[in-house]
Design a binder for this molecule. Structure first.
Ligand SMILES: [Zn+2]
Length: 308
């Protein structure tokens, strides 16, 4: 089963989150600075990032134990590996600095989101985040709010969409924009698809496994679609890509990228469309950009008049 969408906040809640994020971008004067000026943002939010020693297992356990004693009721449920913390009593953020830089950026923005949302602090003095609470399909309202806060701040509201629209329509664009915004390629390609005005979808695959018999297999981690793609083709339900899948030819094996490749995809009405797919291997994931270029059936072939 592929993972559902994460923007599942109702419009009123989303607006509140976005107003908060806008306010912080204003205060930090961060709208036109790339990648996001994290230090200024944290100063504007009045939060500090704890030194990395706080994340040594022993220190972390002691820190959490201290918190448990003072705020027993207000600590969220036990978690797996701690990736981020927010402590409202101390205006303090902890982020696991062993993860890649773009992930740390997202974590800092997520924790800042907890800090910037007054409702969060009112209910919980302390947030601990792990893979589970950060997962896009998280059921917890506050975590979805913090994720949306991070997304809005990172991509500066509509700025990403506008820059993508002004760039070439190709997989290199979200890769370049990832660098510009300080986002992961994964987050950037998702943002590219979900905000695009054209019909397109992005497949995020787990690392390709070489399998005896099949040749290879790649598990679909997530499929992000643009509104127009959804309307025309629905949301794809593929769970694995193997050589006999129509996208099988696009999987880069032993190379970083696959050039634009033509293939046919059938829409909701059973009409085949000529599509282009191109892929990029981030080493963590394989990302495929897929978009239609023309309907293949119902083409009218106009014959030149025959002279008699
Ligand atoms: Zn959180």
């Amino acid at each position: 089963m592929t993972k559902p969408d994460d923007s599942s906040l109702d419009p009123a809640d989303l607006r509140i989150v976005e107003e908060r994020a806008k306010g912080l971008l204003d205060r930090a004067d961060a709208w036109d600075r790339f990648p996001i000026p994290m230090d200024d943002l944290l100063i504007a939010a009045n939060v500090k990032v704890a030194p990395h020693s706080a994340f040594d297992p022993a220190n972390l356990v002691a820190y959490l134990a201290g918190k448990a004693a003072s705020a027993r009721e207000n600590i969220k449920s036990a978690i797996s590996k701690v990736l981020g913390l927010y402590d409202a009593d101390e205006n303090l953020i902890h982020v696991d600095d062993s993860v890649v830089a773009s992930r740390q950026t997202f974590l800092k923005l997520h924790e800042t989101g907890h800090h910037e949302m007054p409702t969060h602090k009112k209910l919980f003095r302390f947030f601990q985040d792990c893979e589970k609470t950060l997962a896009p399909e998280i059921a917890d309202q506050f975590e979805r709010e913090a994720n949306n806060f991070a997304r809005f701040t990172l991509f500066k509201g509509d700025t990403y969409r506008q820059l993508a629209a002004d760039s070439a329509f190709e997989i290199k664009t979200p890769i370049k924009l990832a660098k510009k915004f300080g986002a992961s390629i994964y987050a950037s390609t998702r943002e590219f698809a979900r905000t695009n005005s054209r019909a397109c979808s992005v497949y995020v695959l787990e690392r390709v496994e070489l399998v005896e018999g099949d040749g290879f297999r790649a598990t679909v981690r997530r499929i992000e679609t643009s509104p127009k793609f959804r309307e025309q083709f629905g949301i794809p339900t593929d769970t694995t890509i193997t050589p006999d899948h129509e996208l099988g030819r696009v999987i880069p094996i032993g190379r970083k990228m696959t050039r634009p490749t033509t293939l046919a995809i059938t829409d909701k009405n059973g009409i085949a469309h000529e599509c282009i797919a191109e892929a990029f291997d981030t080493t963590y994931n394989v990302i495929i950009l897929l978009y239609p270029v023309a309907a293949l059936t119902r083409t009218t072939i106009i014959m030149p008049p025959v002279s008699r």
